[in-house]
Design a protein around this ligand. Structure first.
Ligand SMILES: Cc1ncc(COP(=O)(O)O)c(C=O)c1O
Length: 409
């Protein structure tokens, strides 16, 4: 096995090349020719993952502090998840919502144990955008109001409703007119929130920690004000925990850290360790929709539920949130000690970490990748780390040393 980031293309490539009959060099070309080019290419083709590491087609190993956008929460191919998916794939893959299913039923019960207080019902879907889309529909159904308050720098997905709640103009404007009635206030600005939640507003949708918008934690007072204003003025609070949920911030849900009790909580990413799955949890103030008012073909399928159940079991049994809280303190302490004048700010919670630079982050992310560390951006100037929650102290030491080299060069 090659050491992190030091490998050269060579004999190992064959070991990692799936038997497609084509050479690794063809893969990037095929993707470029046949895909839509919607994702900025990182220049490597990943073919294998295990734990916190992935390997490219040339056999180079990387510490994966992207976790596929925060999805591979237990690391890549966790044995418990692989076993659950394999067993369920040989048992029952598909089962529509009209029929009961053992996996789905048990997942409902197991989720009830970990959801923040007051959230009693669940809708299962397949992605974060879908979860937010459903949440907005449920809010409209309950309140009969069209207005929605969202935050500047907020990101909620790319389907039409979720996109209307997403602030970044370059994502949103080419597709307007989207759903009407959306207002954007500065995140953490209590006065702006107070002014925006009028009696036409049916929902306030907020990330508990903004991810895509630069890894910006919500202030407890601001989030609690949103909860209070929603209760007072007849609106519903939707907490988007698509990125921050399932242990990532050192608690099962980031809401816990700020004593927030939303009316609706959306989740996805880490929920099933990479198997596509999302969910919406609803509290007592939300009207239960009638049959047919919402639904999705694949939502709550047995295979996804089995993957989510295995993920939940490992998170609980191995006390992953507590472990994340402990190791994140070490991570932050070491990152803070990097002697680079390029670092303007370091922020986040748990394993949702943003390093804001005084200049564009892309060259430093590329330099880290060349040294065997995969990181993300969050906006132009922020390096974002969303590592698997199982990151060890050695992994943290490697990540910090590599970032330090890249940032101090
Ligand atoms: C906070 C938040 N909400 C929603 C989404 C959309 O999720 P998906 O890409 O699964 O549709 C994302 C994705 O990055 C997200 O970070």
């Amino acid at each position: 096995m090659l050491e992190r980031g030091t490998g050269q293309p060579g004999a190992q490539a064959a070991a990692h090349a799936p038997a497609t009959g084509r050479a690794p060099a063809d893969w990037a070309r095929l993707e470029a020719e046949r895909g839509l080019g919607l994702y900025v290419p990182r220049g490597i083709t990943l073919t294998r993952g295990e734990g916190a590491h992935v390997w490219d087609a040339e056999g180079r190993r990387y510490l994966d502090c992207t976790a596929a956008y925060g999805v591979a929460s237990l690391g890549h191919c966790h044995p418990a998840v692989v076993e659950a998916i394999s067993r369920q794939a040989a048992t029952l893959i598909a089962c529509s919502g009209s029929f009961g299913n053992d996996q789905r039923a048990q997942l409902y019960a197991e989720m009830a144990e970990i959801l923040p207080p007051g959230l009693t019902r669940l809708f299962f879907c397949n992605s974060g955008a879908e979860a937010n889309e459903a949440a907005l529909k449920f809010a409209r159904l309950t309140t009969g109001r069209h207005g929605v308050v969202a935050a500047m720098r907020g990101f909620h997905g790319r389907t039409a409703g979720a996109l209307a709640a997403t602030w970044e103009p370059k994502y949103r404007e080419p597709f307007e007119p989207l759903l009407p009635g959306f207002k954007y206030i500065p995140y953490n600005d209590e006065a702006a929130l107070e002014a925006a939640v009028t009696d036409e507003v049916g929902a306030v949708i907020l990330e508990v920690i903004q991810g895509e918008g630069g890894v910006r934690p919500g202030a407890a007072e601001f989030l609690q004000a949103a909860q209070r204003l929603c209760r007072e003025r007849g609106a519903l609070l939707i907490a988007d925990e698509v990125q921050s949920g399932f242990g990532r911030t050192g608690a099962f849900f980031a809401c816990e850290g700020v004593s927030l009790q939303p009316d609706i909580l959306t989740m996805a990413k880490g929920m099933a360790s990479g198997f596509p799955m999302g969910a919406v949890a609803l509290g007592e103030r939300v009207i239960k929709p009638s049959p047919g008012q919402h639904g999705t073909t694949f939502g709550g399928a047995p295979l996804a539920c089995a993957a989510a159940r295995a993920t939940l079991r490992v998170i609980k049994e191995e006390r992953i949130p507590e472990q994340v809280a402990r190791r994140s303190a070490l991570f932050f302490e070491r990152l803070r000690a990097i002697p680079s004048e390029r670092i303007r700010d370091l922020r986040g919670r748990g394993f949702m970490i943003g390093i804001e630079l005084t200049e564009p982050a892309a060259p430093y992310i590329a330099a880290a990748q060349a040294r065997g560390l995969l990181a993300l951006n969050a906006g132009a100037n922020v390096i974002r780390l969303l590592p698997p929650l199982i990151l060890t102290e050695d992994d943290i030491a490697f990540a910090v040393a590599t970032l330090s080299e890249a940032l101090c060069a």
